[in-house]
Each structure stands twice: as structure tokens, then as C-alpha cells.
Design a protein around this ligand. Structure first.
Ligand SMILES: NC(=O)c1ccc[n+]([C@@H]2O[C@H](COP(=O)([O-])OP(=O)(O)OC[C@H]3O[C@@H](n4cnc5c(N)ncnc54)[C@H](OP(=O)(O)O)[C@@H]3O)[C@@H](O)[C@H]2O)c1
Length: 175
């Protein structure tokens, strides 16, 4: 599948991710923070829409599907399975599987490996920018402002439940 082929799908292909100032998204197969405001934003934004994710990200969520959203999990292991998920073995098949749901948008939800491979097909990025430097070993690609424009941004202060301030940003690929 090439980049143009992605536009043949009748839905927007978006990524949704939380990343620190240094683009850290994970450490040792978990997210090294707990930000309930971001979890709520993730739920609201993705509700009812298919999620495409790598097998490691799925397992990092405790190996359980989230309610209210079809899960499409990518793995090279032919025997791998989990309850309430559709298993595919490459990214093209993931997009084809999402097409069954007659949706306006599908969400690539990570991790680093899958974001990297899906990058050329992404039309939108919902980025929660965490205003902190946190150590990790998985990274989101740099969003080049020559290629992407910020279309929405909402700031959320740190509070008693959320230890870091964050900005809910929406980036769209320039045409
Ligand atoms: N901050 C955030 O918003 C966010 C979001 C998601 C994830 N994360 C973090 O990211 C980390 C996980 O990311 P990751 O890069 O290690 O792993 P990942 O992208 O979640 O999953 C990688 C796995 O996907 C499968 N895969 C990848 N490319 C494939 C292909 N072309 N065809 C078939 N299968 C393919 C392979 O599974 P098999 O090994 O089974 O073959 C591979 O090991 C965790 O720390 C997680 O917490 C953070």
C-alpha cells in the first residue's frame, strides 16, 4: 500500500498519542505516567471508532479490549489471539479490517513501532503534549511544522489528579 492508497479508504486515518516534550511515549512497555484527564480525552475522542494497535500496546493495556470500540491488533505471530479483538498480520489488512465498520475515522493508537509504520498514511494526529521531561525508551516521531499544521489546542493545568500540565493538540497534514 502506498500513501495515495490510504486516501482510497472512506475514512480519515488518525493517530492518537500522549507524548512528553522529548516525544517519550513509553518505558518498559508501559506509559510512565498516570493522567486521568488524558484517559478521559482518549475515551471521548475514540468512542465508537475502530482502534488499530501493535500487539505490545494491546498487552500493555492488560490484554483487555476497551469498551465501545472495535480493536484491531497487529502481530506477526500467526497463532496469537485475544478475546474481543480482530487479529491482523500487517498494516494494510488493519485498514481493510477497519473499513468493515463504516466509520468516518480510524485511530492508530501505537505503539512506537506502529506509529512509525503508519506515519505516511496519517492525516491527523491527536497529540496530548505532556509539559514535562519523563524518562522512557519508546518515542513518537517528530511532527514537522512544515508538513503539519496545528488546528486545535486546549491547555489543561496540572491538578491534584494530574501531576503534569498538558495540551490537547490536533495536527492536520498540510496538502
Ligand atoms: N503514550 C502513548 O500514547 C502510547 C500509546 C501506545 C503505546 N505506548 C507505549 O508504547 C510502547 C509499545 O510500543 P512498541 O513500539 O514497543 O510496540 P507496538 O508498536 O505496540 O507493537 C509492536 C508489535 O506489533 C507487531 N508488529 C509491528 N509491525 C508489524 C507488521 N508490519 N506486521 C505484523 N506485526 C507487526 C509485532 O508484534 P509481535 O511481536 O506479536 O509479532 C511487534 O512486536 C509501550 O511502552 C506503550 O506503553 C504509548
Amino acid at each position: 500500500m502506498n500513501q495515495d492508497a490510504a486516501h482510497l479508504f472512506p475514512f480519515r486515518i488518525s493517530a492518537i498519542v500522549a507524548a512528553t516534550r522529548g516525544n517519550v511515549i513509553g518505558k518498559d512497555n508501559v506509559m510512565p505516567w498516570h493522567l486521568p484527564a488524558d484517559l478521559k480525552y482518549f475515551k471521548q475522542t475514540t468512542w465508537g471508532k475502530p482502534l488499530i494497535m501493535g500487539r505490545k500496546t494491546f498487552e500493555s493495556m492488560g490484554g483487555k479490549a476497551l469498551p465501545g470500540r472495535p480493536h484491531i491488533v497487529i502481530t506477526r505471530q500467526m497463532q496469537w489471539s485475544a478475546p474481543d479483538v480482530e487479529v491482523v498480520h500487517n498494516l494494510s489488512d488493519a485498514f481493510r479490517a477497519a473499513a468493515k465498520y463504516q466509520t468516518s475515522e480510524v485511530f492508530v493508537t501505537g505503539g512506537a513501532d506502529i506509529f512509525q509504520q503508519a506515519w505516511a498514511y496519517l492525516q491527523r494526529i491527536y497529540l496530548t503534549r505532556i509539559h514535562a521531561d519523563i524518562e522512557g525508551n519508546r518515542y513518537f516521531p517528530h511532527i514537522d511544522p512544515h508538513e503539519w499544521q496545528l488546528i486545535r489546542e486546549q491547555y489543561h493545568e496540572a491538578d491534584e489528579k494530574n501531576p503534569y500540565a498538558m495540551s490537547f493538540q490536533v495536527w492536520e497534514r498540510k496538502r
